[in-house]
Structures are given as C-alpha cells and as structure tokens.
Design a protein around this ligand. Structure first.
Ligand code: GUN
Length: 283
C-alpha cells in the first residue's frame, strides 16, 4: 500500500508557481486573490487561513473581505461587481457555504467567469463537459485529485471509477473530468439504493460526502485506489475523512490520508488558477 502524499505533490506545484509569480512580477503584474467570507463558520475560517497562508508563501496577494451574517444577496453582488472591474484583482472566491438568507446561485453568477478561480460559475462548469482542453478554470478539488493521481502515474482510461457524493463542488465535476479521461464513472449519492455494490466495483473510489467512517473495508475490493475528500472534525478535536483509513488501507494499493491528502492539493490548484487568471488578464 502506498500513501498518496498530497502535501508533497502540492509543494511541488507551489514551488513551480513561485517561479511563475516572479516572472509576472517582472512584468509588473502582482497576482491577487480576493476571498469573500460571510458570517462565522469555523471550518470555513480554517480553509481560508490555509488559502491565505499558501498565497503568502508563493507571493500572491490575498485580501479577505469579511461580512456579517445579515449581509443581503444584493449587497454581496454589488461587492463582486466592483471586484470584477478592479484590474488589480485576478481571482474572486466566495467561501461556501453562505448563510441560508443569501442566494448562492445568484452570487456565483455575478462573478466574472475570467476571475472565477473556484471554477463554480456555470460558464466554467459547462465548458468542462466538452473535453479536457476546455477544463480551463476547473474547480480546484477535482483538479487536485486528478493531479495527485497523475503524479503517481495512475491512469484513468478504461478504469471503473465510483464517485460517492454528487455535490456541485466535487462529485459532479470530478465525474465529468474522469469521463473526459475515458473512465467508466458511476456516481452514487444519498438516494443510491445499494452503495456497497457500487463501491465494491470500483478500481478507483472517490468519496466526498462528509460522513466519518462511511466507507468500511468490506465495501471495497482488494487493490482499490481510495481517494478521501472528506474533512470531518470528531468530538475529540481530531480530523478524519469519510473512509475508515486503518482498515481500508490494508486492502488498498493507494490511499489518500486525511489530513495531508486531497486538502493541500485543493489549495495548490486554486492558486494555480489565480496565476493562470493573472497571466491571461495581462496578455
Ligand atoms: N467550501 C468548501 N470547499 C470550497 C471551495 O473549494 N471553495 C469555496 N469557495 N468554498 C468551499
């Protein structure tokens, strides 16, 4: 069994990005990411800190705009519109989840697709359906998973892949990306009748649900490549994924740890999108 080391692969990506930022600086371009956060959410605060820390490490400017829980959809959209036209800003992300009183689809639609470095705008998501060449500003968690597996020379063509979780952020886009790479993709979700039947069929199993211990060893085939996107905080303060790591790792050929697997890759791919966007907005 081999660990898919997201920290190591992410740091390789970040060091390449550092060089690209230096080149942009020489052209008087200073890449900048603006992160919008509404209300208080401890998990979001943690993710935002990780993104800002990584930005700082590689020379990307990051601004955090924090708003109170009672912000209106209209006020948030108007903030986004002013960032859309601000030429010093290359990437805009709105940390999700937003408070229930705010319309997430309307807010995401307001982001200029060229600055949508999370890849959540319908324009960027829709383009991904065409082929790998149109995965332009792709969502960073799915990109991170593909990059991590590619680093370990894991191929997708013809593979049986089961994705558990059908969110717009992870499950749906990773399914499309793997379909683009000619995998046979099965997507499972809360309404799936016999989850274990599908997970046992998987040569590559990707789990993005947010339920600790959802995938047990009896639910995977021997030799599985297991990718755990879950980040769950247990009552004792420790963090774990959706896969029973201890027991599934005994049957796996490759497995991602939590923490240190997909999480760091997500951050690295987000920053890659910021650099891509900064380059393109300054051609
Ligand atoms: N919430 C959970 N994951 C993400 C992400 O990748 N981007 C944003 N903006 N919010 C999230």
């Amino acid at each position: 069994m081999q660990i898919l080391d997201g920290r190591k692969v992410a740091s390789l990506i970040l060091s390449e990005l550092t060089n690209e930022v230096v080149l942009l600086n020489k052209k008087n371009v200073q890449p900048k990411l603006v992160i919008i956060s509404v209300g208080e959410n401890p998990a979001s605060a943690l993710y935002i800190r990780a993104k800002q820390h990584a930005c700082k490490k590689i020379g990307i400017l990051s601004d955090l705009l924090k708003f109170p829980e009672n912000l209106t959809t209209e006020a948030l959209i108007s903030t986004i519109q002013s960032l859309n036209t601000d030429s010093s800003v290359h990437g805009i992300i709105v940390q999700l989840p937003l408070p229930k009183t705010i319309s997430t689809p309307l807010v995401i639609r307001a982001i200029l697709p060229k600055k949508d470095v999370d890849g959540f705008h319908a324009y960027n998501l829709g383009k991904m359906f065409l082929s790998t060449e149109f995965e332009d500003l792709a969502p960073s968690t799915p990109s991170g998973i593909v990059r991590l597996l590619e680093h370990y020379e894991i191929t997708f063509e013809g593979k049986e892949v089961t994705v558990v979780g059908h969110s717009n952020i992870v499950g749906k886009p990773i399914s499309v990306m793997l379909l683009n790479r000619n995998a046979t993709v099965t997507i499972c979700h809360i309404y799936t009748k016999d989850l274990a039947k599908h997970t046992r069929n998987a040569e590559i199993l990707i789990v993005a649900v947010g339920k600790p211990g959802l995938i047990t060893a009896d639910m995977v085939r021997s030799g599985v490549i297991a990718v755990d996107v879950g980040i769950n905080r247990l009552p004792d303060g420790s963090v774990c994924g959706d896969i029973d790591f201890l027991n599934v790792s005994k049957k796996a050929t490759f497995i991602t740890p939590v923490p240190g697997g997909v999480g760091p890759m997500t951050v690295a791919c987000l920053l890659e999108n910021v650099v891509k966007s900064a380059k393109r907005l300054n051609i």
